[in-house]
Design a binder for this molecule. Structure first.
Ligand code: NAD
Length: 490
């Protein structure tokens, strides 16, 4: 089925309040659900990127001095506009990102919540009085916006990622050059349009697309950029950190994950599968919090594997516009090759392919929902983020072994545990290498809570009050007691 919504929003560059063609030409936008071209995205050349930097620099003094509550009011108005336009936004997101309609609607809903929450929080940004250790001095911290932020968003959650980065940076009083994913540009353009229609002044947010390494190099070598935020692979995160290093630009990175699910001997197999499947197979598994490795107590292993495979096989692959669809497309053909390679490697090393394992025979980019059982620790899929609808199931015998297996990757993003045991729960909180732990439930990335990865999964926090402070400097002010007045020395 073809999409009913073409990309009917301006996907040209947006610099200093105006759309323009890019100096580096354009490239097609492809619907992953059918492989068809649905529009074009304009690409920036160095002079476009410089104009975006100049616009963000020019807008910073006024925006950073705008009352935080007024900045927040614009974010909340943008959220209200996005709510009014939610069906349109979801249709665009579904079409360019290969999602099911329900997933697209859910993501737009989360983007609305994110802009709203950051809008509310903007008016609550506060420093604090630090009393105690400094004799004769009063100290307080003053949060101040850092400056221009270079933001990079990926294609897997184009609405949520743009809202998280823009919500936090704008609430903080920073201006932004956003380089959104070239393969899902219209959703980012849609969010920026809502902000502009809500009254965002020219130059506060500038949206560019282009050759990612070249744009990143130019943005991060500019002296005006004070912070960078990126969501994507660890490899690209490392390259951005290297670009940021010479000028010590602050980095806020949300990188990959490889989430283990520990299923203890007392867990309810049906409940674990019902709870985790939406995260495993939602967005075709292309999420940093998607469960990837199921570590199941040996007493439940066979039952669990068969039931998970039955669940996987029951999914209906298709274009998001088809109401029957319960599993959408992966981003592009390259993802399919990567998923096939991981599957073949696991099987070659002794894993059992229970279901799936290949590209679906239909138009678009679809990989069959896949369950691999008895995956040995040496298989690539146990350490490389699969980022697709593949679940690797392994058995364990005792809890210490499960924790060890869970922690045996460079990643440290989400981890899940299913048990009633208080002992196991407290051990998991203490010992699991994960910035986001779900116990008997998923670990949703809600706007009001700080979320950050450990080791190869990231740097700093997005979300919550901490996510806004990521784009601010806490200036510490120490004042001596005056000769007169309430603080004078006795
Ligand atoms: P990637 O990191 O290469 O690309 C992610 C985004 O970053 C894309 O939108 C891309 O345009 C942009 N990008 C690429 N190179 C860049 C650069 N040098 N500077 C700035 N931006 C750059 O990832 P991918 O190839 O699209 O996917 C491969 C793997 O990345 C996935 O398997 C997954 O492990 C990981 N990934 C993670 C997330 C996440 O949510 N954490 C999102 C996307 C991809």
């Amino acid at each position: 089925m073809s999409a009913e919504a073409a990309i009917d929003i301006d996907t040209r560059l947006f610099i200093d309040g105006k759309h323009r063609d890019g100096g580096a030409g354009s490239q097609p936008i492809v619907d992953p659900g059918n492989g068809q071209e649905i529009g074009k995205v304009e690409l920036a050349d160095p002079s476009d990127v410089q104009d975006a930097l100049d616009a963000a620099t020019g807008a910073f003094p006024a925006w950073s001095r705008t009352l935080p509550a007024q900045r927040g009011a614009i974010l909340k108005r943008a959220a209200a506009l996005l709510l009014e336009r939610a069906d349109h936004a979801a249709a665009i997101l579904m079409t360019e990102a290969g999602k099911t309609r329900a997933e697209a609607r859910g993501e737009i809903g989360r983007a609305i919540e994110t802009l709203t929450w950051n809008g509310e929080q903007a008016g609550r940004i506060e420093g604090r009085i630090i009393s105690g250790a400094a004799d004769g001095s009063v100290r307080h911290s003053v949060p101040t916006p850092l400056g221009v932020v270079a933001a990079f968003t990926a294609w897997n959650f184009p609405a949520v990622l743009a809202s998280r980065k823009l919500g936090g940076a704008l609430a903080a009083g920073c201006t932004v050059v956003l380089k959104a994913a070239e393969s899902a540009p219209a959703t980012a353009a849609f969010i920026v349009r809502a902000l502009v229609d809500a009254g965002l002044p020219d130059g506060v947010v500038n949206l560019v697309f282009g050759d990612p390494p070249a744009v990143a190099q130019q943005l991060l070598s500019s002296p005006v950029v004070k912070a960078t935020t990126f969501t994507g692979s660890t490899a690209v995160g490392r390259s951005l950190a290297a670009l940021a290093a010479p000028r010590l630009i602050r980095c806020v990175f949300e990188l990959g994950g490889h989430a283990p699910v520990i299923v203890c001997e007392d867990a309810d197999v049906d409940a674990v599968i019902a709870t985790t499947s939406p995260a495993k197979f939602g967005s075709a598994g292309q999420s940093c919090v998607a469960p990837t490795r199921y570590l199941v107590h040996r007493s439940l292993y066979e039952e669990f594997t068969e039931k998970l495979a039955a669940r996987a096989s029951s999914l209906t692959l298709g274009h998001g516009a088809d109401p029957e669809t319960t599993l959408g497309a992966v981003a592009h053909q390259g993802r399919i090759e990567a998923l096939k390679q991981l599957t073949d490697d696991a099987v070659a090393r002794g894993a059992r392919l229970v279901t799936g394992g290949r590209q679906a025979e239909r138009e678009g980019f679809f990989f069959e929902p896949t369950v691999l059982a008895g995956v040995p620790a040496g298989a690539d899929i146990m350490t490389e983020e699969p980022f697709g609808p593949i679940a690797a199931v392994s058995a364990y015998d005792d809890f210490d072994e499960a924790i060890e297996l869970a922690n045996a990757t460079d990643y440290g993003f989400a981890a899940y545990l299913f048990t009633d045991s208080l002992y196991y729960r407290s051990q998991a909180v203490e010992r699991l290498k994960a910035g986001n732990i779900g116990i008997n439930q998923l670990a949703p990335s809600l706007p009001d809570a700080p979320l950050g990865g450990i080791d190869a999964s990231g740097l700093g926090y997005e979300g919550g009050a901490e996510g806004i402070l990521s784009f601010m400097q806490l200036r510490l002010v120490s004042q001596s007691a005056p000769a007169h007045g309430p603080y004078r020395k006795q």
